[in-house]
Design a protein around this ligand. Sequence first.
Ligand SMILES: Cc1cc2nc3c(=O)[nH]c(=O)nc-3n(C[C@H](O)[C@H](O)[C@H](O)COP(=O)(O)O)c2cc1C
Length: 371
Amino acid sequence: MSIDLSLEFTGIRFPNPYLLSSAPPTESESNIMRAFEAGWGGVVTKTIGMHPVVNVAGPKTKFLRANAETGTLSMNKGRAGVLHSSWNWELISDKPLDWWVPRLARIKKAFPDRILIASIMAGSGSDKELDHWRTLARACQEQGADGLELNLSCPHMDREDMGSNIGRDQQLCSFVTQVVKEAATIPVWAKLTPATSDIVIEAGAVFRGGADAVVSSNTFPSLPLLDPESLEFEMNVDGLVSSGGLGGPAILPLSLAKMSQMTRAYPEKSFSGIGGIADFGHALNYFLLGCGTVQVCTAAMLDHAVGPNVIKKLLADTKAFLEKRGLSGLEAIRGTRRDRVVAHSQIRRPEDSDYRGGHEPQEGYAEPVAG
Ligand SMILES: Cc1cc2nc3c(=O)[nH]c(=O)nc-3n(C[C@H](O)[C@H](O)[C@H](O)COP(=O)(O)O)c2cc1C
């Protein structure tokens, strides 16, 4: 049976379901070209905005690793140990729209069959800000972008009317989506923040605003750890830190929980899954819960900046998985585990005969004492 990884998602034809998410791997023309050469089916550009952006003085991203021998978790003990997460406080692209415009056109001309999604972000507090969304949307689609992803989820914005502050407010995120939909002729995806108590509410709001897909998760709000020797945050500028975003392996189960809530609430809608994906086993979780495409950031950053080995292995392992099961594509399994997530009360309890009323041979989780 011949295997075909191509798929239709929100009306766009993707050569495969694997995208680089909006982040450093997609911050430049050369990176995006390299990503397409490596085999990624699509990319979402680093978020483009209308406001000048200046990042903090110092590193913008670090990687937290766990040392199995000592049990320590640290960002500053070299590359030894197992990757736990990425932590960043990087803002959106520091390149203005004028810089992006000719590059978007060149990328699309060089790779017409690969999918270029432009991530865009503006505020929501005034007509001028709403016009920024329209300007960004029109400029990107005029250059040939296949779709738009609305950044309603940047976790480190002081402005009340931007980023995850929009994503947390159902009225605002619905309205902003509607404003962009009215200006756009291409599909519009909404990237939501996981930092909210019930993400189903915001998903419903952006769908009501006309979103063609929901994308989740952006990074989770978090702090770097304090160094037990220096008593300084492992990442700081002049001793100070602010809330940043956690990505990578640590957020895979957290992000899946958010995704599962949304795909169960809206089984007919389109979802693009992000969070902790480094290999096919991770991506498969998102497909089984109902996602059509998935996106990768941290794993790609650690593999030659754009993940050439990550995508090669994703494609090979996806094909091997389908071959083994005699399937021609991923559509056959998409969403097939969505309904296995149920209310706690629906989980079977032990039979009466198994109930020992506290007289189990062993108490709790304690290991039996040796000897
Ligand atoms: C350094 C860095 C910068 C990021 N910048 C953006 C951004 O500009 N826009 C955006 O929507 N998400 C941004 N993200 C979030 C990622 O696209 C992605 O949602 C998140 O890292 C989770 O995926 P991962 O676990 O594969 O890293 C950034 C992440 C990192 C680590």
